[in-house]
Design a protein around this ligand. Structure first.
Ligand code: HEC
Ligand code: HEC
Length: 570
């Protein structure tokens, strides 16, 4: 990551000072920037470099630029006077949240035809703030810098009603209307049965089925307890052993892009495969899982009617009882058994394994609770319904004001799931119950996600050329910028699922907000996110932010979604 610097050819010196151009019409005051000169030709997509040697222009998607989505830009470097392209220009490009060192979660790549034109790919904005593109130019004789600013991406664009509370700025309102109502989850093209009813029913059956574990006592639901927001009341979870991190909510997880605290899988179906073979969770193998389905007529029928006929698995010399790849222990008997299989048979087993994940994911896509008092409040705000506003207490409204304003929570917890779905290092110190080695978080996830057999671009994906597959090709190398980053959890239904943070560091929401307020802890790995600032809230302000978060608890799920069905087929 994360500074997203790309060097085309060697660039030497850099001259300072900034000329900013607003890429959107969202009206930032230009006085904030040290730009004396108006942009040439009144075109905000063209700026003069600081020393006025070059004119630089960009072209790309219409304003506002995409948010939470890959996009590309083209950049032309011209002589300032003649506006001729500078054929021998070298350039270094750097994108970051303006006034911070926070870069993109992707790695920028740059192509040039060597004629002064450049194509920038892999742009991805995850923070709804002003972003800055710096271009350091060297034409062999002169070095100079040009800068662009892209204003406030990712906020509500529509008409704003009058604010009957009189408490919110225009920007606050744009954040608030971006948070509600929540749309249905985005499609998952990597899973062809993601929205299939029979697959969801089958998946629900499997989610509660304890047979898929080493000793027949652990199911997904053991650590994703329906009445605890589909997470675990225990700080660390017990399966066949103890997990190294806290369980996460399966509720509303389907909105996410990366799964696990470190984002080590890129789809909800491939996520489900991890715990099955984890020695501390279900502790089974993919061949055993296939045999269990194969040997249960009812389950086999249900599975075959959603997917396709299972291969003949009864030959145990071809399909050992317990075989799986164990990459870090090639001597392991499961690994040896796996290596004894033909690659066609391995593929057949992997397909069954992946399909198990796809059915369970189809079920989890229905675990959504979005309709909370907060949503009623926003609807009332939109409609100018003053009585309707009373659904939130004064305290919760003050908390909302802080959340989108001075407490700066929205940088990471904005949008309808209160998450930017990306990774940040809060600098939490380890707790006594956590494993000894500092947890590298996203750096570990990056190592795993690219090479997985079950990734969005892999052989079991139903969209190997889709958007997720493309995003994978722009992931950065793990380094100290990615160390200690964890996924930003969504905050809907947060009050129901203490304790909090990746290691269950904090027992209640008051302490969470106090942590942010004082930032008394120091990172043991990586660097604290530059977006975090001590905000020094008073006790009553802390309580207000908590009251606001308590207003995010949605209406309960229907009973038929939170119990094990009687049979695997409807
Ligand atoms: C022994 C406890 C345990 C079991 C069993 C278990 N999980 Fe988890 N689950 C966890 C823990 C712990 C994490 C976080 C692990 C990490 O990030 O390293 C997690 C993470 C997740 C996430 C990620 C959510 C997100 O937002 O990224 C989902 C979804 C999930 N589990 C679903 C399942 C499913 C489906 C099953 C059954 C196939 C399952 N879990 C079995 C403990 C468990
Ligand atoms: C720089 C991004 C960022 C900002 C700003 C931020 N958070 Fe977070 N938040 C995160 C991340 C990342 C985590 C998970 C961290 C971990 O477990 O290491 C998190 C965790 C949480 C949790 C616990 C969620 C859970 O499921 O365990 C709550 C509650 C929370 N944040 C509320 C807030 C509030 C309130 C604010 C404003 C005062 C805020 N956050 C500001 C990124 C951020």
């Amino acid at each position: 990551m994360i500074y997203s610097i790309v060097r085309i050819r060697l660039v030497s010196l850099v001259i300072v000072a900034t000329i900013a151009a607003l890429a959107t019409g969202c009206g930032d005051d230009e006085d904030d920037q040290n730009n004396g000169d108006p942009p040439p030709d009144d075109d905000p997509r063209t700026v003069l470099s600081d020393g006025e040697h070059f004119a630089v222009s960009w072209d790309g998607p219409d304003s506002p630029l995409p948010f939470q989505e890959l996009f590309e830009l083209s950049v032309d470097i011209m002589e300032a006077e003649s506006r001729d392209l500078v054929g021998n220009a070298d350039a270094e490009f750097r994108l970051r949240v303006a006034d911070t060192t926070e870069g993109m979660p992707t790695q920028l790549t740059v192509d040039t035809a060597g004629d002064g034109t450049f194509t920038l790919q892999g742009l991805f904005f995850h923070v709804p703030r002003t972003w800055e593109l710096r271009v350091d130019i060297d034409d062999g004789e002169l070095t100079d810098r040009a800068s662009f600013e892209f204003e406030a991406v990712g906020l509500y664009e529509g008409e704003l009603p009058d604010d009957p509370t009189g408490r919110f700025s225009e920007r606050d309102l744009r954040h608030i209307f971006q948070m509600s109502p929540a749309p249905p989850p985005p499609p998952d093209p990597t899973n062809a049965v993601a929205d299939d009813d029979d697959a969801a029913h089958l998946g629900q059956f499997l989610f509660f089925d304890e047979r898929f574990s080493e000793d027949g006592t652990v199911a997904c639901a053991s650590c994703h307890v329906p009445d605890h927001g589909f997470s675990d009341p225990e700080t660390l979870s017990q399966g066949m052993g103890e997990t190294g991190r806290r369980s996460m909510p399966a509720l509303n997880a389907t909105y996410h892009r990366w799964y696990f605290w470190d984002g080590r899988t890129d789809s909800q179906w491939s996520q489900a495969l991890g715990p099955l073979e984890s020695e501390v969770e279900h502790g089974i193998t993919r061949t055993r899982l296939a045999h269990l389905i194969y040997e249960d007529d009812e389950l086999k029928d249900a599975f075959e009617s959603v997917f396709s006929a299972l291969p003949e698995l009864s030959d145990s010399s071809r399909f050992p009882d317990d075989a799986r790849p164990v990459v870090d222990d090639p001597e392991h008997e499961h690994h040896q058994a796996w290596m004894s299989m033909s690659s066609d048979d391995q593929h057949a087993i992997n397909e069954i394994f992946a399909n198990f994940g796809k059915a369970v994911a189809a079920y989890q896509r229905r675990l959504i609770r979005n309709e909370a008092p907060f949503d009623d409040f926003v609807a009332a705000l939109r409609d100018g319904d003053e009585e309707g506003l009373e659904v939130l207490s004064e305290q919760a409204i003050e908390g909302l004001e802080l959340f989108v304003g001075d407490a700066e929570c929205v940088d990471c917890h904005g949008g309808h799931q209160f998450s930017n779905f990306e990774f940040h290092n809060l600098g939490l110190e380890p707790r006594s119950w956590m494993p000894d080695d500092p947890d590298a978080g996203r750096s570990e996830g990056l190592h795993t996600v690219i090479d997985s057999d079950f990734s969005a671009h892999g052989p079991h994906s139903d969209a190997p050329d889709g958007e997720m597959a493309q995003l994978l090709s722009f992931l950065p190398e793990p380094d100290f910028h990615t160390d200690g980053r964890f996924k930003t959890p969504g905050l809907r239904n947060i009050a129901e699922r203490a304790p909090y943070m990746h290691g269950g560091h904090v027992g209640n929401l008051n302490e969470v907000v106090e942590f942010y307020s004082d930032l008394q802890e120091d990172p043991v790995i990586g660097i604290r996110d530059p977006l975090l600032q001590q905000v020094n809230l008073s006790n009553s302000e802390v309580e207000a932010v908590v009251a606001f978060m308590e207003s995010l608890t949605g209406a309960p799920l229907p009973d038929e979604l939170i119990e094990a069905p009687d049979s695997p087929a409807p």
